[in-house]
Design a protein around this ligand. Structure first.
Ligand SMILES: [Zn+2]
Length: 175
């Protein structure tokens, strides 16, 4: 017998990005990303975290002094989108879509463009980062990379993803 109660592809891929995000040890913001080929095969998953070998328990890496690069987490954390690209299991990524829990920052956008990803689907966008988002948007537009909010693309998937995010948030304590 056939089961018609499927989740949408968009839900599945954003769901994978959200599950990856639940592995992040970043107390400020946990992000995830999932790269999918034109054939709907997942080729890379990532979350924001320290480079391999850098000790997660070393508080030095998690400091918030943005005026001093040595004491700023921004110097150390590899973003989810970058980790998804760096950890990809199949190449090339040309023509792929990346699902990201957060609107990608300009640094990640540079990598997204350079590996040939053609489409970005994001879940959340931080309104207070308007200028940063505008920088990302400009590069994506010039490079011909499509960017869409999941909300605009598939409202049901966005709603489902928000519920999943909520579930993960309330149910994850080192399980
Ligand atoms: Zn980034």
């Amino acid at each position: 017998m056939k089961n018609d109660s499927l989740i949408h592809w968009h839900s599945m891929f954003m769901g994978v990005a959200l599950l990856a995000a639940a592995r992040s040890k970043d107390a400020r913001k946990r992000n995830g990303a999932c790269i999918v080929g034109p054939d709907n095969k997942i080729s890379g998953v990532g979350y924001n975290g320290l480079p391999r070998g850098c000790d997660d328990h070393d508080e030095h890496y998690w400091q918030d002094d943005d005026s001093d690069p040595l004491n700023s987490r921004h110097s150390y954390i590899v973003h989810a989108e970058q980790n998804a690209i760096l950890n990809c299991t199949s190449l090339p990524l040309h023509g792929s879509t990346i699902y990201a829990t957060q609107y990608p920052c300009p640094r990640c956008v540079q990598s997204i463009i350079q590996v040939g990803i053609k489409r970005v689907v994001y879940l959340d966008k931080k309104a207070h980062q308007e200028r940063v988002n505008a920088a990302s948007e400009k590069m994506l537009a010039d490079a011909g990379v499509e960017i869409e909010s999941l909300q605009a693309l598939q409202p049901e998937s966005a709603e489902w993803s928000a519920e999943l995010a909520q579930f993960i948030e309330t149910s994850t304590t080192n399980r």
